[in-house]
Ligand binder design. Structure first.
Ligand code: AMP
Length: 302
């Protein structure tokens, strides 16, 4: 089943202990779309400026990614820059220039409006709400990602959109910030009161947790020989997670658990190279092999 995503398409500048890149293609929706496209057809909503070339757009070509909803506006593409700590567990945002996203008012192509799976990737909550409002019918599943930038700048809009979603995909620090609770169980319970009944908490190299009212499922992080650039790991996780659910076509405990593993698989590939380099060159057997590695990592008898 098809999967609609709205979020940032960006140029990023990143500095990690392995190097510094002044400008590379990025953005939450870009990582998400590329990761999800290995599982299900994706429809993309976003905006780029006139500095976004055909070479940049090539990342979407040759994949089941519909870019009719990727608008071109005059001005500059969203720009973000960040620096990672020596152990890469922390990052500092140096610059966020919304540029063309500042004025963006998306108009969904008709064929986008019936998508059964919707992912509101990281962007201004009012844009997330705007897209949700344009759906012709209630999607089977709506998930949302956000970050400290929006939790701090647009809390009222974020609160509104949270009421209308099923799953919140968020990292542990942001779950604590959003809920005002340090303990993750308490943070999850508080967030569940805000709307989403299911929480996916991303914990960087420590893996991810699926938190429902009465159950928790946990996937460890994959220990990797090379981690070059954590940028986009969260969005790639979300792409694998939602991509798998859209492929399965149904949402239940079983599909959610497998989706957590495919999310972890895609996140683990994303960090192996800078930007989208690893993700865009993946082969399907590599995805399957890594999912099996996750199974071996967690199998035991009692
Ligand atoms: P992640 O590492 O998965 O959290 O996502 C990194 C991506 O998010 C980068 O490619 C950035 O372009 C994008 N990004 C960073 N800050 C924002 C923001 N405030 N709104 C939307 N996208 C952002």
């Amino acid at each position: 089943m098809s999967l609609l995503v709205v979020g940032s398409v960006a140029f990023d500048a990143v500095e990690t202990p392995h190097g510094k890149i002044d400008r590379m293609l990025g953005g939450a929706a870009t990582y998400f779309a590329v990761a999800a496209s290995y599982f299900a057809p994706v429809k993309l909503v976003g905006v780029v400026g006139d500095d976004f070339t055909a070479r940049d757009a090539a990342v979407f070509r040759g994949r089941p990614i519909d870019t009719e909803g990727l608008e071109r506006a005059s001005g500059k593409t969203f720009f973000w820059s960040g620096r990672y700590s020596a152990d890469m567990n922390d990052r500092t945002t140096l610059v966020t220039d919304l540029n063309v996203f500042g004025e963006f008012n998306p108009k969904l192509p008709d064929r986008y409006r019936t998508a059964p799976f919707l992912f509101l990737a990281n962007i201004h909550p009012s844009l997330q709400l705007n897209v949700l409002r344009q759906m012709a019918r209630k999607p089977k599943l709506v998930a949302l990602d956000t970050m400290n930038y929006w939790i701090e700048r647009a809390p009222a809009e974020l609160e509104m959109v949270l009421h209308e979603i099923d799953i919140l995909v968020i990292n542990d620090a942001e779950a604590r910030q959003l809920s005002g609770e340090h303990n993750l169980l308490r943070a999850a319970a508080r967030i569940q009161q805000m709307g989403p009944k299911i929480l996916v908490v991303k914990r960087g190299e420590h893996g991810a947790m699926l938190m429902q009212k009465d159950s928790i499922f946990s996937v460890p992080g994959m220990t990797l020989a090379k981690v070059h650039d954590p940028t986009g790991a969260g969005d790639s996780f979300a792409g694998g997670f939602m991509g798998w659910l859209a492929k399965a076509g149904k949402v239940n405990d079983r599909t959610l658990r497998t989706a957590m593993v495919y999310g972890s698989v895609m996140g683990s590939f994303a960090v192996e190279r800078f930007g989208l380099e690893r993700l865009r060159r993946l082969k399907r057997p590599e995805i399957t092999a890594r999912a099996r590695q996750f199974r071996r990592l967690t199998q035991f008898t009692l």
